[in-house]
Design a protein around this ligand. Structure first.
Ligand SMILES: [Zn+2]
Length: 47
């Protein structure tokens, strides 16, 4: 599933593919290419 997420640290909005359903989560901890580290991302919507 592809989701639109926003990095809480830098505000970068991007698409990510996540193999499991994250609709019940408010945010996920994944790698941000802009911050170049793992950060919390707010889940905006399913693409
Ligand atoms: Zn970031």
């Amino acid at each position: 599933m592809t989701w639109i997420v926003k990095c809480e640290k830098c505000g970068n909005v991007r698409e990510v593919y996540v193999s499991y359903n994250i609709k019940d989560l408010k945010r996920i901890y994944i790698y941000c290419p802009k911050c170049r580290e793992n950060t919390f991302h707010v889940i905006i919507k399913r693409q």
